[in-house]
Write a protein that binds this ligand. Sequence first.
Ligand code: IMP
Length: 417
Amino acid sequence: MPGIVIVGLQWGDEGKGKVSAYIARGASLAVRFNGGANAGHTVRLGEKSLSLHMLPAATVSTRSAAIGPGVYLDLEELLRDIKRLEEAVGKVEVVVSPRAQLVTPLQLMLDAKIEELRGGGSIGTTRRGIGPTAMHKYGRLGLRLCDILEEGEPGALVQLWSRLWGGLTPVEVDKTLNEVRELAIQVKGLVGDVASLIRSKLSLGHTVVFEAAQGTMLDIDHGTYPYVTSSHTVSASAAIGAGVGLKSINKVIGVAKSYTTRVGAGPFPTEIFGEIAEAIRERGGEYGATTGRPRRIGWLDIPQLKYACGLNDVDEIFLTRIDTLAGQEKVRICVSYEGVGESFPPSVSSLRKTKPVYLELEGWPEIGEAEREKLKSEGYGGLHPAARRFIETVEERLETMVRYIGIGPGVEDVIMK
Ligand code: IMP
């Protein structure tokens, strides 16, 4: 009766969409439990890519999804996701927790406003209203789906927001309420008991995949604060955000790219610029799935990944995009930080000062369509020895098994070690 958490070990965009869809083959439920429409989980369906913002990407495999109370719910994005997904794969079942906090036009407006006020020190948010929705939630001023559906008149709350932020006219208060109410009515039929659904699936022996959004280094407590998102992104948050106990989680699969990327501002010890960064960005299509921004590129960072493996209790690593890193004469892995060793510094100022110590390894040849198909039949032994050396170095340094290796964009472009 496995409950499997898929968690990103870097700054998001590790390829969790594809990984979840792969791991969820044969599973019966996919769960989103954190973040909101700031996520963009991309999955390849035939020749097309589909980026989902509110639904877990694993829904392409399970056809059944749940959105837990820990999610910041953007109703418009949810309805759009359902429509796009159903056009692509046919009918899907979706259950949404009534306790999910709603993102309304006010939180979207505040996100943009706060970023603007931060000026040069902006976080580089996705502007999906995440920070302000979290502020309202933890300030106990949040609007949940059940509040608008059951109580009908959260007008006093929205008036309070208006007085607090001094930004909404009475007309805007009405508009906010009407827009959100109308959308909430459209999802009314989807509201259900997410926790009971998960428990019943697990007790029947079915597999449930909990698909985390963002990545470990964006966690509000454990990430590179304040350059983080406003939710927990580590594996432990799957239980809280879905509304189940810890015993519902049996396995944690940590997803890491063969290099590192980050969108938005904030420290990034192994960041690289120039030709190699450009080549990786272009080959990997490293542009934000939600915002289209070019992603910053860097080498794989062992101290960072070690920290992430510990935080998440990772059982197995899914190393993605070994094909994107191919074609380089030499590749690098950061194995420690000068004068600091393998520990990951907590403050932005110390992170900005860290100097990576690199291990340089031989690169491996490009993996085209023909090589990919050959590799799928040959398995791990068919990989170029330099690629195997890279993977085994990661495994040894992290003392964690790399069980899956992504060799292409398709859901099935995977070999097992
Ligand atoms: P927010 O979550 O929109 O508030 O953005 C906070 C930071 O997290 C920014 O640097 C974003 O670029 C980053 N971020 C948020 N969601 C994702 C994601 O799904 N992938 C990668 N970065 C993300």
